[in-house]
Design a protein around this ligand. Structure first.
Ligand code: UN1
Length: 483
């Protein structure tokens, strides 16, 4: 099938087989709501239970598979994903609405993640430590966690699934994977690619559908050993409540309200570019988006004027039209949420620049980038995650106030500073309350080979990505051996 124009019909993948029931969900293009990307199977609780059962059945064999076998599967799948970057990038832009360059970049990143963790399968080294007792040797080894539920959001339809599934498989776990209902297309292609790359039946099971309907099976089943989730704070907390009494291991990546501090000594062009990319890249639909721009008095007016002009110049259009700089909002519900926050910001005393609906040839959920100026830290727009192309500006007296405002949030995922002062940058890196700190680069857009994660309400459990991913997906075993 041609993924860029055709309409696919895709089943769940359970035990290596295509399985579908009676219910199907249309996958709609947010740039053109008359374009149906495909019909995707809609799982029942019985389908989800079958997926858990298949993952359990596949575990003994995969847990003992050689690192070479695991590495080969991941490497082959990674190479295929990268080779198909244009085609898969087009599908991703079509179902999610980020621009083609953003979507293609995300697909390549997913391929690189698969290959990285393929390598990690070969580097799962343990430790040998001399015992404190004579004649004894102590070894510490890493064994698979077991059956893992992977639950992913709509905003990174292939990269987030890849960065959870790849380490899960590399370390010998089996997986039940539920992608967000809005973006099953990229998820299906990823699962099918891994299947064709030689993954044994049942090692990775894909069930598509609604978290409300099948979430309790994926998070509450006693056969599940771990749950890795990226999504809203509300759902994350619900998962934690379900999992904790059963002692199921949980890894959560949730919201952000990420500050970007701009100091008087910043290079204005760099500051504007960093803010523009951080706030409005991927239509602002990233948990790492720069949503609070904290700007010192001496540069405030120049920064707001230059950023507003740059935003105005941005082309908001069909995600797959060449030259589009920002694609649509993902769906009508998200658009309504974005507009709700803009109205609330106005009611509470902010002034909104931009943020109008944009009409295009096709009916899509287009919203111009919005900047809310004249805000303070107590306003709703500075406390709650919007998850859209909306950033606010908070004017402050100096660096000390900027740091205090930056840390005045329940979240702590990513933070940034634009400055030419090494002293300010170093101080900020040390004292920011976020899990990731960016100096003169956007708060969003991260490397795949280093740990990713936040603090406080943003994250729970061990870090994702890079070598740190092993912590969640393995359990340590300490052995004492007397020869
Ligand atoms: C990035 O900024 O490159 O859901 C990644 C999110 C994050 C991923 C952001 N978990 O937006």
């Amino acid at each position: 099938m041609n993924l860029s124009t055709g309409s696919a019909r895709r089943s769940h993948i359970i035990g290596g087989k295509d399985v579908s029931g009676d219910a199907w969900t249309p996958n709609i293009n947010p740039s053109d709501t008359s374009d149906v990307v495909g019909e995707y199977a809609h799982a029942s609780e019985a389908d989800a239970a079958a997926a858990v059962e298949a993952a359990c059945a596949a575990l003994p064999r995969w847990a003992l598979a050689t690192p070479q076998e695991r590495a080969d599967v991941l490497d082959r799948a990674g190479s295929e994903v990268i080779a198909r970057a244009d085609e898969l990038g087009d599908l991703l832009a079509r179902e999610e609405g980020k621009t083609l360059p953003e979507a293609r970049g995300e697909v390549i990143r997913a391929g690189q993640i698969l290959k990285f963790h393929g390598g990690q399968a070969l580097r799962n080294a343990g430790e040998i430590i001399d015992s404190v007792r004579p004649g004894l040797e102590v070894t510490v080894t890493r064994e698979p966690l077991g059956v893992v539920s992977v639950i992913t959001p709509w905003n990174f339809p292939i990269a987030i699934p890849a960065w959870k599934i790849a380490p899960a498989l590399a370390y010998g776990n089996t997986v039940v994977f539920k992608p967000a209902e809005l973006v099953p297309g990229s998820a299906w292609e990823l699962a099918d690619t891994l299947r064709r790359a030689g993954l044994p039946e049942g090692v990775l099971n894909l069930v598509m559908g609604s978290g409300r309907e099948i979430g309790s099976v994926l998070t509450g089943s006693p056969d599940i050993d771990g749950i890795t989730f990226t999504g809203s704070v509300l759902t994350g907390e619900r998962i934690l409540q379900t999992a904790t009494p059963q002692r199921t291991r949980v890894q959560l990546e949730m919201g952000g309200k990420n500050p970007l501090v701009v100091l008087d000594d910043a290079d204005l062009d760099i500051a504007v570019d960093v803010a523009l990319q951080g706030a409005f890249g991927s239509t602002g639909q990233r948990c790492t988006a720069s949503s609070r721009l904290i700007v010192t008095r001496g540069i405030h007016d120049r920064f707001v004027a230059a950023l507003s002009a740059a935003m105005r110049g941005w082309r908001v259009d069909d995600a797959r039209t060449e030259g589009t700089q920002m694609g649509p909002v993902v769906d009508a519900t998200q658009l309504a949420q974005d507009e709700h926050y803009l109205r609330t910001a106005t009611t509470e005393g902010g002034q909104v620049i931009g943020g109008e609906r944009v009409e295009r040839a096709a009916s899509g959920h287009f919203l111009a980038p919005a900047l809310v100026v004249g805000t303070d830290s107590s306003m709703t727009v500075n406390r709650e995650e919007v998850f859209g192309p909306v950033a606010s500006v908070i004017e402050v007296d100096d660096y000390d106030e900027a740091l205090a405002v930056a840390n005045d949030t329940e979240f702590g995922l990513s933070s940034g500073i634009v400055t030419s002062s090494l002293a300010a940058a170093t101080h900020f890196r040390r004292h920011s309350g976020a899990g990731m700190v960016m100096v003169n680069v956007p708060t969003a857009g991260v490397d795949y080979h280093v740990p990713f994660g936040g603090r406080r309400a943003s994250s729970f459990g061990p870090r994702e990505q890079g070598t740190y991913a092993r912590e969640f997906f393995t359990v340590a075993k300490t052995a004492y051996v007397k020869a």
